[in-house]
Design a protein around this ligand. Structure first.
Ligand code: NOJ
Length: 533
């Protein structure tokens, strides 16, 4: 029985979906100012649709000084002028919907930009109603147990503001003051922002940095009960006023701390949570030729409530975070994947997927076949579908956010203006969408092939998972199954050939011509999805 993925209006459509992360600034510049914009992105919806994905996650598109690429919001109810107008956004949304693509946007709730009028009013007047929108201190000594997240740049979570004459609290850059969720007015402001975009017709939100909404002395100020109470309240509002809205939690946490973000049956919070800890372990396993990290983390992942879903990813717009591994593994991952100091950032690695894999297509295919067959809703980061590289000489995470490479014309077909917001990668004459269109084994066509193969199998989208014993740490195998359908996912994580015994002849979804039987040889870094009758 194949579940129809075209049934896009079913309430839990996200269970069947593949997502695509879109950085609007990087995608296509329609007006020649060097920045991508919504009018440009509309022209590229055909490309997104051609991948077979179902939903686009739009990174922050709000007015912002762009000190943190839009995660520093200066107005929750607008569009950054570089990206277009509200009408352009609406046109993009309608064009996506017309193609059957859903759209979720980023909502940055934990903090604003210091340029937000609320913060400007707050710092200038102690008696302004906006003062209490933020978290202040006379000493900057409170909440000393909260870790610093951007540790390469921020010496403290408190910064003294001369105008205010007090310290303000911030979990990220000091240009991103945290909002004060002890103030119910802040809840209302955020709810109004949600309503504004939902009224426009978006399908949901990826909510940024949710573990940090509240602060309490004597705690690490993460995952506090008050935060969960607020999130449940938010979900109640959304369910009452905009039923069917998808809420995705960005919480970089261990599985047992992630689970509460799904909430309970009576008090639901998010339908979908990013599964952060699985991601680095996929790279670790492929480098070490050992499945143990993948098996261990999935065995440590608690059962989630019915109807909820994990979101899985290989890369995104941030550094490849190593927060959710041990210090020893982190050191090993840095040595293996980030030998140059410039490749490291905070507790992670600022490199693109294909570059991390030394542009080895076999490994790229293996990692995709792996992550597209694990339980969870997969998300692909723009550019990874063509194996785009990176530029480690750009600051912060910009080296993984360079302009999309469409063709070998000026600026890779991204913009007609010489001074693009970041330089186009020098590789673009070789690595671009147009060059890969007609090449059957290009990254682009392999991405399309893998997504389609997944979409065709209800077992891969919604099925249960069970490990299959292989007697070999380099060979990872699991069954995904639903009703009478099943797929045996089989991977050789090592650079050496391995063997695996099949009891019946099987069709391989990843090389449709092939029927495999008996003891088969698994080539180095091979991936198979074998149909179980
Ligand atoms: C998580 C986002 O993914 C990251 O890009 C941003 O810098 C921080 N949250 C702060 O908003």
């Amino acid at each position: 029985m194949n579940v129809d993925v075209t049934a896009k209006n079913q309430a839990d459509w996200y269970q069947d979906a593949v997502f695509y992360e879109l950085y609007i600034r990087a995608y296509r510049d329609s007006n020649g100012d060097g920045n991508g914009d919504f009018r440009g992105a509309i022209k590229k919806l055909d490309h997104i649709q051609s991948l077979g994905v179902n939903c686009i996650w739009v990174m922050p598109m709000y007015p912002s000084p762009l000190k943190d690429d839009g995660y520093d919001v200066a107005d929750y109810l607008g569009i950054h002028p570089d990206y277009g107008t509200l009408a352009d956004f609406k046109a993009f949304l309608d064009a996506a919907h017309a193609r059957g693509l859903k759209v979720v946007t980023d909502m940055v709730m934990n903090h604003t930009s210091d340029q937000h009028p609320w913060f400007q009013a707050a710092r200038q007047d102690k008696h302004s109603p906006y003062r209490d929108y933020y978290v202040w201190s006379d000493t900057g000594s409170e909440y000393a147990d909260a870790r610093i997240i951007f540790l390469d740049t921020e010496p403290s979570n408190w910064t003294y503001d001369e105008v205010a004459g007090q310290y303000f609290w911030h979990r990220f850059y000091s240009c991103q003051p945290d909002l004060n969720y002890d103030n119910p007015q802040v809840h209302e402001e955020m709810f109004n922002a949600l309503r504004f975009w939902l009224d426009m017709g978006i399908d949901g939100f990826r909510i940024d940095a949710i573990p940090y909404l509240y602060e309490r002395e004597g705690t690490n100020c993460e995952n506090l009960p008050e935060t969960h109470q607020f999130l449940a309240k938010m979900r109640r509002m959304v369910d009452e006023e905009y039923p069917g809205t998808l809420l995705i939690a960005e919480a970089n946490q261990w599985p047992h701390d992630l689970l509460p973000y799904f909430g309970t049956e009576e008090e639901p919070e998010f339908q979908v949570c990013f599964h952060f800890p699985i991601m680095p372990r996929l790279y670790q396993a492929v480098k070490a030729g050992d499945k143990t990290p993948i098996v261990d983390i999935l065995n440590d992942t608690p059962e989630k409530p019915a109807g909820t879903q994990w979101m899985t990813f290989l890369r995104n717009h941030d550094e490849l975070t190593l927060e959710m591994v041990t210090p020893e593994v982190r050191q090993w991952m840095w040595e293996q994947y980030a030998p140059e100091p410039r490749m490291r950032l905070n507790l992670g690695i600022r490199r693109r997927l294909a570059a991390l894999l030394d542009h080895d297509k076999q490994k790229w295919f293996l990692l995709h076949a792996l992550f597209l067959s694990l339980p969870g809703t997969p998300i692909i980061y723009y550019g990874d579908e063509i194996g785009m590289g990176d530029n480690i000489w750009l600051p912060d995470r910009h080296g993984c956010r360079t302009p999309m490479q469409w063709n070998n014309n000026l600026n890779a077909g991204f913009s007609s203006y010489e001074n693009t917001y970041q330089p186009v990668l020098a590789e673009y004459p070789q690595v671009n969408v147009a060059a890969q269109e007609d090449e059957p084994d290009s990254y682009l066509n392999l991405t399309r092939f893998l997504i389609r193969a997944r979409q065709g199998q209800a077992a891969l989208r919604r099925g249960e998972m069970a490990w299959v014993e292989t007697g070999d740490t380099a060979v990872l195998a699991y069954r995904r199954f639903i009703h009478d359908e099943g797929v045996l996912c089989l991977f050789n994580l090592s650079s050496q050939p391995q063997r695996f015994a099949l009891h019946h002849e099987r069709r391989d979804l990843l090389s449709p011509e092939a029927r495999l039987s008996g003891t088969i040889e698994l080539k180095p870094f091979a991936a198979h999805w074998l149909v179980l009758a």
